[in-house]
Design a protein around this ligand. Structure first.
Ligand SMILES: [Zn+2]
Ligand SMILES: [Zn+2]
Length: 149
């Protein structure tokens, strides 16, 4: 275990930003089109890195984090000052943090690339998915499962 991998990111605060890192490559990365992710981010798509919870840590200003439960099983962490959505925890994946990739520093490694789209049935009609050959699943699908439709 000599992998020196490290990904770093943080919120948008100019002063005392929340900072976090993960020091193991994600188990997988996916593009999520569910309404929960998109409406809360205000984005058309969420790029999510699924990171071993033990490899993830808040390194600065954790006291600014606020948790919002978008579902009873889905716990989303935001900076309470700038509103940046940094990561979420889902009860069904107790060993992982689901890290939003865009707030990673632009020059940070991510540790993987998206391997599929999930919750395509919820895609906003104004979004056109690129013809990139990645599997498109109507609902949730674990990495490596057969294409749903
Ligand atoms: Zn902030
Ligand atoms: Zn989602």
């Amino acid at each position: 275990m000599t992998d020196s991998f490290r990904a770093v990111g943080g919120c948008r605060c100019d002063d005392n930003p929340v900072r976090y890192e993960y020091n193991a490559r994600p188990a997988e990365v996916h593009d999520c089109l569910c309404t929960d992710c998109t409406d809360i981010c205000g984005g058309a798509m969420a790029i999510i890195a699924v990171v071993d919870r033990k490899a993830f840590s808040i390194t600065a200003n954790a006291d600014k984090l606020k948790c919002y439960h978008s579902k009873s099983t889905c716990h989303r962490y935001f900076c309470s000052e700038c509103g940046c959505h940094l990561y979420l925890h889902v009860d069904g994946f107790p060993d992982f943090q689901l890290v939003h990739v865009p707030p990673l520093d632009r020059d940070s490694e991510v540790g993987g690339k998206p391997d599929r789209y999930v919750f395509v049935r919820s895609k906003h009609p104004l979004l056109t998915l690129p013809d990139d050959g990645l599997p498109r699943h109507q609902g949730w699908a674990n990495s490596g499962e057969a294409v749903a439709a």
